[in-house]
Write a protein that binds this ligand. Structure first.
Ligand code: PLP
Length: 377
């Protein structure tokens, strides 16, 4: 059987990782500023993570949601504390798309409405409603086309106010990334997030903060929307949550009430996934990784702003976009093949940095040096 060929891939096989470094099958070392697409939050093969997962696997890998799983409660407790939302409720699933799918569904169950507001360049995943709320017609299959999703220009407070004034009583939810990832590291302004909050409250709609990529401490705060000083009704998360073990979740305001059978999943919240997520939060806490993300991210942004030829540097903490002019569209490939540094990208010419949250100053400097060489070349 052949693989279904949907990914354009680099001809590199990574076989080993430690911290922010990975090695290929020929022994070549790479600096990983991509984190396997914002997934590696506490570094590759962190000893505490390996130990906790190995121990759990030796005891029990999986049992279904029909029994008590105290690890889920432990995780909810820790996540509530570290995210500053102890009164919220946790539903666990397996991926970012699933988290958004469940969040949108939950909002619709709760207020009985259908209209979803999303924004230009948004990416919310590839399942049915999540992809309908994604601003990329190429990945929306005919069966996922719906008039229930309205797209508005990102960061346009007036457009938002106008839509609410006209149709506010029909709006089920507004879904927004605190910092757009796939969209090229576009930061939602504080004013925009605050307007979403107040309009949702005024009209009985729900504010869903898609924190799948910009959450889990990456921005220097737990959720990127925390910079605006507002609470969302539902936070969705995945990526860094399990440091590579598939797990997603939604953190739900106490105003939303569950009933049995409302949401459900076979694999979500299984023992191994919870052990992985707990290990991540324990390391984040013990090693002060949110502070490190703010510090090293701040340093990187400051130094990047000094370099020539960059159109714009955007982002917060360790979620950084380097917007390059068209003539420098080879820089990302050169960083990989000439300097052995993995970075992410966003169309058309944005380099995305999504490293582990314990990235060191030394590794940040190694990247800055390589990039300045490429920009001078
Ligand atoms: C903001 C955002 N939401 C949702 C998703 C979908 O997550 P997953 O690929 O785990 O389904 C992504 C993935 O890149 C994302 O960046």
């Amino acid at each position: 059987m052949k693989l279904f060929d949907v990914y354009p891939i680099n001809n590199i096989e990574i076989v080993k990782g430690q911290g922010s470094l990975v090695w290929d099958d020929k022994g070549q070392e790479y600096l990983d500023l991509y984190g396997g697409h914002a997934v590696i939050s506490i570094g590759h093969t962190h000893p505490h993570y390996v130990e906790r997962l190995t121990q759990q696997l030796g005891k029990l890998g999986f049992y279904s949601n029909s029994i008590k799983i105290p690890l889920q409660e432990e995780l909810a407790d820790k996540l509530g504390k570290i995210s500053g939302r102890e009164d919220y409720q946790l539903f666990l699933c397996n991926s970012g798309a699933e988290a958004n799918e469940n969040a949108l569904k939950l909002a619709s169950f709760a207020n009985g409405r259908k209209k979803i507001v999303a924004f230009t360049k948004a990416f919310h995943g590839r399942t049915s409603l999540a992809v309908s709320a994604t601003d990329n017609p190429k990945i929306i299959a005919p069966v996922n086309q719906t008039e229930n999703v309205v797209f508005l220009p990102h960061n346009d407070v007036d457009a938002l106010k106008t839509l609410f004034a006209e149709q506010g009583n029909e709006i089920c939810a507004v879904i927004i990334e605190g910092i757009q990832g796939v969209g090229g590291i576009q930061v939602a302004s504080d004013e925009f997030l605050q307007s979403i909050r107040s309009l949702c409250t005024q009209y009985g709609a729900y504010f869903i903060a898609d924190s799948v990529q910009c959450g889990y401490g990456r921005s220097g705060k737990f959720y990127a929307s925390d910079f605006a000083g507002v609470d969302a009704d539902i936070y969705t998360m995945a990526k860094g949550m399990g440091n590579g073990f598939p797990i997603g979740g939604i953190s739900i305001s106490p105003a939303l009430k569950p009933w049995h059978g409302m949401l459900g999943t076979t694999f979500g919240g299984n023992h191994l996934a919870c052990a992985a997520a707990l290990a991540v939060l324990e390391v984040m806490e013990q090693e002060h990784l949110m502070d490190n993300a703010a510090k090293i991210g701040g340093y990187l942004i400051q130094e990047l702003q000094k370099l020539n030829h960059i159109k714009e540097v955007r982002g917060k903490g360790l979620m950084i976009g380097i917007d390059l002019p068209e003539e420098l569209n080879q820089v990302k490939k050169n960083l990989l093949f000439n300097h052995h540094i993995f970075t992410g990208e966003a169309k058309p010419n944005v380099i995305r940095l999504l490293p582990a949250l314990n990235l060191t100053r030394e590794h940040a400097d190694r990247f800055l040096e390589a990039l300045s060489k490429e920009l001078k070349a």
